[in-house]
Write a protein that binds this ligand. Structure first.
Ligand code: ATP
Ligand code: MG
Length: 423
């Protein structure tokens, strides 16, 4: 599902400076028939999570000193503040779990007198700065590219604020060039991996006819992705059928991951960010790349977390805005991942559960516990709006709004559910 959200057609060559394009063709020259690329990278094999759980990860990437850690700290602090009883934890210094803001939770918990509220969550990972040449080991190089491989979606922070005291690695603020540098490194990394994989596929012999079909699908997909990458386009821009998608999944290609561009602006630009030409560049590029974009001021967000809750609105109003940009950023990340929410609500707790769009009722039940899926009998389901208008599950049942659904039922956004199961 995450992939469905990012299968886009991109007119990317026009987005890359022509020198980047030459660079691609030069650095990754074919060696003979074997489709082998010149260029070496070592990458860890760990992949991003494919099941839905607490571990859906969004990686914050960008050039050094563009505000990634400032944003990360603000998001993590804010997530903690928004949900006092949410089991917030910092797994490592640069990984934090953040609550997805959802006003429906409070409404449901009031109606059912819940003792606690548990929101959906996303894991944010603050990845160190990526520099030009990272795919060839520059800066902290490959290590960071391997960290990106482990996330489900990418938030690319782009510096849109001017400040002579804060060094820009390339000497000046230039969002288009900054985005090119990052995207090219991701492309180089994918090209290298695909080259190696094609080489192996071309040398090896499939075990049986089933593996042969899969390997053919993989080869065909990889060759098309390789061409796209050489033209400066991300892997997600290549249309793949289900078999091909499945066959290339194990490679965890970096440019297959959905991306949101985060324009990091000065506090003075928050009230009317469109006036800032840097923001305009980010917006235009992100829409050409069919990716999302969000405007935030990491600096303001981090200052907000230092203030008591009642002073935050006052501060935001003094900057000409009504709310923090982090809620937007978190929600955009959630929907970019193709995720949706269903609720369970009772006296003990009201809880938001995260599933991929398109999951059936037993699959959705398995997010709570695998026994719920194994022993699934039926799901009693009511739409959020119907639950609220009826006022309780019992009232919804009386009014005929509560439906009894079987194994085939595709769960809808906002369903309030009760599972019947046998163990
Ligand atoms: N919107 C903003 N306006 C002004 N200053 C900002 C803004 N966002 C971040 N900064 C400042 O930019 C500097 C660099 O920020 P930060 O350390 O978060 O960058 P980084 O991308 O994490 O860098 P690195 O890659 O080195 O880890 C800090 O001094 C921070 O306060
Ligand atoms: Mg940092």
């Amino acid at each position: 599902m995450a992939r469905a959200a990012c299968s886009s057609v991109v007119t990317a060559l026009s987005l890359l400076p022509s020198k980047s394009h030459h660079l691609l063709r030069n650095q990754f020259s074919f060696s003979g028939k074997s489709n082998k690329f010149v260029g070496v990278l070592t990458l860890e094999r760990r992949c991003f999570s494919s099941t839905v759980s607490m571990s859906l990860k969004a990686g914050i990437v960008g050039l050094p000193n563009v505000g990634k850690s400032t944003l990360f700290n603000a998001v993590v602090e804010n997530g903690k503040a928004q949900a006092a009883n949410f089991p917030f934890c910092t797994i490592e210094p640069n990984v934090g779990i953040v609550a997805v803001p959802d006003s429906r939770l409070q409404v449901l918990s009031k109606l059912t007198n819940s003792q606690k509220v548990v929101p959906a969550s996303i894991e944010f990972v603050d990845i160190a700065g990526l520099v030009k040449g990272a795919s060839q080991g520059e800066g902290l190089g490959n290590k960071f590219l391997s960290h990106i491989r482990e996330v489900d979606s990418i938030l690319q922070v782009v510096r849109c604020f001017e400040d002579n005291d804060i060094v820009h690695v390339n000497g000046k603020v230039d969002p288009t060039s900054d985005i090119d540098v990052i995207n090219l490194e991701l492309i180089f990394c994918d090209l290298d991996q695909i080259g190696k994989r094609l080489d192996r596929l071309n040398k090896g012999k499939p075990k049986d006819s089933q593996s042969k079909v899969k390997e053919e699908a993989e080869k065909s997909a990889l060759q098309r992705i390789q061409e796209a990458l050489l033209d400066g386009k991300p892997a997600r821009s290549v249309a793949l059928n289900d078999l091909e998608k499945d066959a290339v999944k194990h490679l965890c290609l970096l440019t297959m991951k959905p991306m949101i561009y985060v324009a990091n602006v000065a506090e003075t630009d928050l009230a009317d960010p469109d006036k800032n030409s840097f923001v305009q560049q980010v917006k235009a590029l992100s829409s050409d790349l069919q990716s999302g974009h969000v405007v935030v001021s990491a600096q303001v967000e981090s200052e907000l977390t230092e203030l008591p809750l009642d002073e935050r609105t006052e501060y935001l109003n003094s900057l000409g805005v009504s709310e923090s940009g982090l809620g937007n950023l978190i929600r955009a990340t959630y929907s970019l991942l193709g995720l949706q929410t269903y609720f369970t609500s009772g006296e003990k707790e009201t809880r938001a559960w995260t599933i991929h769009a398109g999951m059936t009722a037993p699959q959705a039940a398995s997010v709570i516990h695998s026994d719920f899926e194994k022993g699934f009998i039926r799901a009693e389901t009511v739409a959020y709006e119907d639950f609220v208008s009826a006022g309780s599950l019992a009232a919804a049942r009386d009014k005929g709004l509560l439906r009894s659904e079987g194994k085939e039922y595709i769960v809808k956004e906002g369903d309030v559910m009760l599972f019947r199961f046998n163990v």
